[in-house]
Design a binder for this molecule. Structure first.
Ligand code: GLU
Ligand code: MG
Length: 460
């Protein structure tokens, strides 16, 4: 955007935020460990921040989830600066945090050029590439989280869940209703919106779906949603955890991404075609590209050592590198929606993802894989409609059904081999991300499951 346009957009956003009662803006980005970092400015400094940014060391690109620091061939050490440039149009007042707004940022260098390890810039670049195929992505992250009371002391004790189940029950809802009132009210008031909310399967677990957004807003909303959940929890003396697993041995928290692609004629290409389950050729090729890249994508979508306590069979976490209509064990579940609603509703759900993932890196990498499918005009194999775990191993092999990597180490090996993701991210971002994954494997890899869960429980 030309400087004049940028200033006008900043002034317009500042007026909009002021009208909503905002006094302070949290500039937010997600690091390569999946942790959302913030720097806050009073509203009267917001326009200046849009023009010149707020400083942040490049070293945060190689931060690990425990706040220790690694290095990559390009990054590490005390020198240098990046500028956090808030996106004025994306700044969102936070109704559960009176006086506050959250503004997602792009990172630039001090000369005004894109910082090569900026995850949001990466995702936007991939979405722009997708646009060159005449396709616009719409979607949303569907977030599961634990809600409960954090016990006092060192914080190592198990938290008390806010509901005891039964799964999906009105009994569980009754326990969390005042929290849900604040949460849903705030999301509706601030314009994020709510599709649905329910008590989930695991102890203290809840799930929230929000209306589908367009392009980079899919990832921006993920940050807003999490912060709103935390604020609503705090207002009732509760805490939320988006960690992949909150109790060792129990079902974990997913952060499934739902996406559809819309062509220039305003049609959802996941419906109305002659391909499998009504997909068009474009939707099929995109899906086939994602399917093909799933093993390499796993380090991005399930990036924590703890992710692999969740990504197991019989947890509906999508641990199998297959696709199938409404198959909840498949990493790619194809959702057609009900007859009559399909032109709007048909979408692809990637289930092999949890909230340790950086939502920008995940979105960008999934789109990069889909573009690869489009470029190679790939076709889908037969769908898998059974539970892969129930198919005898020899037959599974004959059918080409593979399980996704079942540990961070195995996922890293798949990522290292992926020229697709390296080329899409560029060396600086790819090597920094890889360094953080290797770093976390070294720090946490030797822990027993319960210790590993405790080390991550309050980090996401
Ligand atoms: N909790 C499951 C997961 O870890 C997902 C359950 C569902 O299908 O919503 O992804
Ligand atoms: Mg769920």
């Amino acid at each position: 955007m030309a400087r004049g346009g940028e200033n006008a957009a900043a002034a317009k956003a500042a007026r909009r935020l002021a009208a909503a009662g905002v006094e302070i803006v949290a500039l937010a980005m997600v690091d390569n460990a999946g942790v959302t970092l913030v720097k806050c400015v009073p509203l009267h400094r917001f326009e200046e921040a849009v023009r010149f940014g707020i400083g942040l060391s490049p070293v945060f690109s190689v931060f690990l989830v425990d706040d220790s620091i690694t290095s990559s061939p390009h990054l590490g050490g005390p020198t240098g600066d990046t500028r956090l440039m808030p996106d004025p149009a994306a700044a969102m007042p936070l109704a559960a945090s009176p006086g506050w707004a959250l503004a997602p940022v792009d990172q630039l260098d001090q000369e005004g050029a894109p910082y090569p390890a900026c995850a949001r810039t990466f995702a936007r670049t991939m979405l722009e590439r997708l646009a060159s195929f005449g396709l616009e992505l719409r979607g949303a992250y569907e977030m599961e989280f634990f809600l409960g009371h954090r016990t006092s002391g060192a914080g190592d004790e198990d938290p008390h869940p806010a509901h005891p189940g039964p799964a999906y029950s009105a009994i569980a809802l009754a326990e969390v209703e005042p929290f849900a009132t604040v949460l849903i009210g705030a999301l509706e008031e601030q314009g994020t919106g709510v599709m649905q909310f329910h008590p989930e399967y695991s102890t203290g677990q809840l799930e929230l779906s929000v209306p589908h957004g367009t392009g980079i807003a899919v990832a921006d909303t993920n940050l807003v949603l999490r912060h709103t959940v935390r604020a609503a929890a705090r207002s009732h003396g509760l805490v939320a955890s988006f960690a992949p697993v909150v109790f060792a041995g129990l079902v974990g928290n997913g952060a499934h991404v739902h996406l559809s692609l819309w062509n220039k004629r305003g049609r959802n290409v996941f419906n109305g075609g002659r391909g499998p389950e009504g997909m068009t050729r474009e939707a099929e090729a995109f899906t086939a590209g994602v399917l093909d890249a799933l093993p390499a994508l796993t380090a991005v979508t399930a990036p924590s050592v703890a992710s692999y306590q969740r990504l197991q069979p019989h947890r509906w976490s999508g641990p199998w590198a297959v696709w199938g209509r409404e198959n909840r064990e498949a990493a790619l579940r194809f959702v057609t929606g009900m007859v009559g609603s399909r032109p709007e509703a048909a979408n692809l759900e990637l289930k092999s993802m949890d909230a340790a993932a950086n939502p920008y890196l995940a979105l960008g990498s999934i789109v990069a894989a889909g573009i690869d499918g489009l470029e190679r005009e790939m076709a889908l194999p037969e769908p898998v409609l059974d539970d892969p775990a129930s198919i005898p191993a020899t037959r599974r092999r004959a059918l080409g059904i593979r399980q996704l990597p079942s540990s961070l180490g195995a996922a890293i090996r798949e990522l290292e081999r992926s020229s697709l993701i390296r080329n899409a991210m560029g060396d600086v971002l790819f090597d920094a991300f890889l360094a953080t994954r290797r770093g976390e494997l070294a720090v946490f890899g030797g822990m027993d499951p319960a210790e590993m869960v405790r080390a991550h429980r309050w980090r996401y």
